[in-house]
Ligand binder design. Structure first.
Ligand SMILES: Cc1cc2nc3c(=O)[nH]c(=O)nc-3n(C[C@H](O)[C@H](O)[C@H](O)COP(=O)(O)OP(=O)(O)OC[C@H]3O[C@@H](n4cnc5c(N)ncnc54)[C@H](O)[C@@H]3O)c2cc1C
Length: 391
């Protein structure tokens, strides 16, 4: 089958590699001038790594990851609220299902590992797709006002701001800002840094702000903040100044790390998610994948893992017929992909929004949250988290 994948982010690249390995004639179209993923660190959850395994892509990724053994929420001074101990949960064997552990790595490294098996002749950069024209037997892909490809199936993986989603579902309200802003940075790990705070998220019930901290590779740290966004998103300089002032009396490591991060390695993201779930992830010979299909807030660290689950499911549903004949039932297959993926991805979108509301509470509600969290046994918290990682 001729398959065009639009968008070479983490999800699009994983899908393109998987479909190419199935023997399809794949073309990956990317609007950017080169294939790259900018940014800081990323957490790949056990369900995401399982999906990469199914695509035959996990081996190289595993070489770069740091496993999290402990994690959890702390208050702004670093005192534990809820600790998840993955090693203990596994050792106790009480968990009825495999728990796994979140893996942390650099975004650019992850993207490099995923795209490595993709022959360069299948990729066309500097090709922003404007629209798709569906005919009975094929889809025509338009860029720069001209047809640039014809395909039996098109996979739309053009990210959170997807123009094609808007074209395919004109009645859908698109994105909604959550009223939160994330600031992210990466830096060399300072010598002698306390281990306890790694893989922690510190929450402040006074302001509803959060600070998260993860190791990346042997010698670097990835941190992020999440706080209220008032008005227009500030530039990196101003956002950093605001965060230093907001977090001045937090655990000292917080301001030390923000201050030590080079300005060029700091990113600011106003957080948005789909205003409401899409009515379908498939329409005719076209399917949506990743943030184009289910952009969610980053609170559960599931965006990329869900995109990998999409890619693995697409590959299962688009596996070639043993006889090698071109399947005439592409639309049916994509509907089966939709039926498999949409309920789970949408549940994850809702769960991420709930998590965002939980960690950004202030006042009495937040005091109550902290009190309840302190009372939750670590094993129970670990199991609840693990339940999210299983389909
Ligand atoms: C602050 C923050 C922290 C996050 N942390 C995590 C985390 O720890 N773990 C996790 O799993 N997820 C995390 N996420 C979410 C995760 O980054 C995304 O879910 C994931 O990158 C989505 O991948 P994608 O391939 O769907 O889209 P993208 O990565 O956005 O890729 C889309 C690609 O399409 C290209 N494109 C766009 N329009 C066109 C067009 N018209 N024609 C051609 N190409 C086009 C773009 O240039 C881009 O290359 C986080 C998100 C944010 C904002």
């Amino acid at each position: 089958m001729r398959i065009v994948v639009v968008g070479a982010g983490l999800g699009g690249v994983a899908a393109a590699v998987g479909l190419h390995r199935l023997g399809h004639e794949v073309t990956l179209l990317e609007r950017g001038a080169e294939l790259r993923e900018a940014g800081t660190g990323i957490v790949v959850m056990p369900n995401g790594l399982r999906a990469l395994d199914a695509l035959g892509l996990a081996e190289d990724v595993r070489g770069h990851v740091i496993h999290a053994a402990r994690g959890g929420l702390r208050d702004w001074r670093g005192r534990p609220l809820l600790v998840t101990d993955l090693v203990r949960a596994q050792q106790e064997g009480g968990a009825r299902q495999e728990v796994g552990a979140p893996d942390m790595l650099e975004r650019a490294e992850l993207h490099r590992s995923l795209r490595a098996p993709l022959p360069s002749e299948l990729v066309r950069t500097a090709t922003p797709v404007e629209r798709l024209e569906s005919g009975p037997a094929e889809v025509t892909v338009i860029s720069g006002g001209e047809p640039v490809a014809r395909a039996d199936a098109v996979i739309v993986a053009d990210g959170i701001g997807s123009t094609l989603r808007a074209q395919l579902f004109p009645g859908h309200p698109g994105l909604r800002r959550t009223g939160r802003m994330d600031l992210r940075g990466m830096l060399p790990r300072p010598p002698g840094m306390a281990q306890d705070l790694l893989v922690s998220q510190l929450v402040d019930r006074r302001s509803g702000a959060m600070f998260g901290l993860f190791p990346v590779g042997e010698d670097r740290l990835y941190w992020f903040t999440d706080s209220v966004l008032r008005g227009t998103p500030p530039g990196a300089d101003e956002a950093r100044r605001q965060m230093l002032s907001l977090m001045a009396d937090w655990h000292p490591v917080v301001t030390a790390l923000i201050e030590a991060t080079p300005q060029a390695d700091i990113y600011v993201d106003p957080i948005a998610r789909l205003a409401e779930p899409l009515p379908s992830f498939a329409t005719g010979r076209i399917a949506l994948l990743g943030d184009a299909a289910h952009a969610m807030s980053p609170d559960l660290g599931q965006g990329a893992s869900q995109a990998f689950e999409d890619a693995a499911a697409l590959c299962r549903h688009l596996a070639r017929h043993p006889a090698g004949a071109e399947p005439a039932d592409v639309a049916q297959r994509l509907l089966r992909y939709d039926a498999e993926r949409r309920p789970r991805a949408n549940r994850m979108m809702l769960a991420a929004s709930r998590q965002s509301r939980l960690t950004s509470r202030t006042g009495v509600a937040a005091w109550l949250r902290d009190t309840l969290l302190r009372a939750v046994p670590s094993r129970l918290a670990t199991r609840q988290l693990a339940a999210l990682w299983h389909a």
